[in-house]
Design a protein around this ligand. Structure first.
Ligand code: SAH
Length: 421
């Protein structure tokens, strides 16, 4: 342990790390006490030589050190086992009934560069730092020990791996899953060749509803687990309601609303695959009769529904409208464009809401904070001459913990507003 290379920080750079933030940038480092290979463990000290943590070093990343612990630690299978068990205990405390959830959420669990999602008996791992990548075998061994999963998959198709000098990585790390159907077995003539490469899906249970999920080709690691508690929370406004679920993906909000007593739910997503999956999910849950689906661009659809001749008024049709778009911005520079997009959909959605109706709306961009997001909604409400009553405020589900000292851990925010007039 004493042989660890020391990263000495410049004066004034230790405070943020001591307070719990795990990232040390190149510019904050005074010097290294010895040469070191990328991916190795280092100890970090302030300029007065006081130990402030241990972490992974990578000269290729803008983030030179990702701190794992404020103390000296040995990183081995036991380390990962303890950390994963601690993270699991947090999920069991806050989501006691859940069978699918995020087990490890990187910085939120002080394991920068590691995400692990549990979809029933299958785990999906995403690794985005070199230090973690080099210890993949230890991580997989610890996960096997704790969960005894049917399979552990890797999804490594994110741009963030590039920043660490890592190639894309995809595959089955343990067990069996996604073996492509042998063409000869299902179609001796090869006619169904396209079907042969379709990845098998898994049925995920969220709040008692079943969702067919593609863990290999789907968004994120398959689903938006961060909305799990919000599906249930928003559905309380669905009783006897005409509901519109915009950006529905697999039908998370829409199907919860249908189960909660909606009269009818219309689901919109531009992806034909997502709409097809949502349609199957509605049937699986016995909710097909209450639901209708359209593969369309939400912007175009809302525009068409709110287009009227001069002096005509839009006829509002819905009692609950859900807006859960993708992040319209991945960086600070495009925030103004993103805000225009957010305003546009709110403006049109408000026109389609009946008096007393509810707008449940979400923003998953870290770069648009909650105050800015609410301002956009109020600006749309001003333009449509609506007055809104805020009846709920939402965040990401507790398996995506927010650590306020690490602002990057907070990204999902949402509100429910009722139309007062
Ligand atoms: N509400 C969903 C998550 C939505 S993610 C859930 O809880 O699971 C965003 C979805 O919006 C994706 O399924 C994507 O296909 C869809 N999408 C993105 N841009 C769109 C657009 N302009 N019109 C319609 N759908 C869009």
């Amino acid at each position: 342990m004493d042989s660890l290379t020391t990263v000495l920080l410049k004066p004034g750079e230790a405070d943020r790390i001591v307070a719990g933030h795990p990232w040390i940038y190149h510019t904050e480092i005074l010097r290294l006490t010895a040469p070191i290979a990328d991916g190795e463990l280092v100890q970090v000290k302030d300029h007065r030589q006081r130990l402030i943590g241990t972490g992974f070093f990578n000269s290729k990343s803008k983030i030179n050190v990702r701190v794992l612990s404020p103390e000296r630690v040995e990183v081995n299978e036991k380390f990962f086992e303890e950390r994963i068990r601690a993270a699991l205990a947090v999920r069991q405390k806050h989501l006691p009934a859940a069978t699918s959830f995020r087990v490890i959420n990187a910085e939120s669990d002080f394991l920068s560069g590691l995400i692990v999602d549990k979809y029933e008996d299958v785990l999906v791992v995403q690794i985005s730092s070199l230090g973690m990548d080099q210890r993949k075998a230890q991580i997989v061994a610890a996960l096997q020990k704790i969960f005894s999963p049917r399979a552990i998959l890797e999804r490594g198709d994110m741009a963030t791996r590039k920043f660490e000098g890592l190639a894309e990585a995809e595959g089955v790390l343990f067990g069996e899953f996604g073996a492509r159907t042998a063409m000869s077995a299902s179609s001796p003539t090869g006619k169904d060749a396209d079907k042969a490469v379709r990845a098998p899906s898994i049925t995920v249970n969220l709040n008692g509803l079943k969702f067919e999920t593609d863990l290999i080709g789907g968004h994120k690691t398959g689903m938006y687990l961060d909305q799990q508690v919000n599906y249930q929370a928003v559905s309380q406004f669905a009783k006897d309601a005409q509901v519109l679920d915009c950006f529905s993906f697999l039908g998370g909000f829409g199907l919860h609303a249908a189960r909660a007593g909606a009269v009818h739910v219309h689901l919109l997503d531009q992806s034909a695959d997502a709409i097809a999956a949502a349609t199957r999910n509605a049937a699986t849950n016995g909710l097909a009769e209450k639901c209708s689906f359209e593969a369309v661009n939400v912007f175009d659809w809302l525009k068409a529904q709110t287009a009227v001749k001069p002096h005509e008024k839009v006829v509002p049709k819905f009692d609950l409208i859900i807006l859960d778009p993708p992040s319209f911005t991945r960086n600070r520079a495009s925030v103004p464009d993103a805000l225009r997009g957010y305003k546009e959909i709110h403006l049109r959605a408000l026109k389609l809401l009946r008096p007393g109706g509810t707008l449940a709306t979400f923003c998953c961009s870290h770069h648009v904070d909650i105050v800015t997001f609410q301002d956009v909604i109020l600006s749309a409400a001003y333009d449509t001459r609506h007055v809104l009553r805020r009846v709920a405020t939402y965040s990401q589900s507790p398996d995506h913990p927010v650590i306020p000292m690490i602002p990057e851990t907070e990204y999902l925010k949402g509100f429910a507003f009722e139309v007062v007039r």
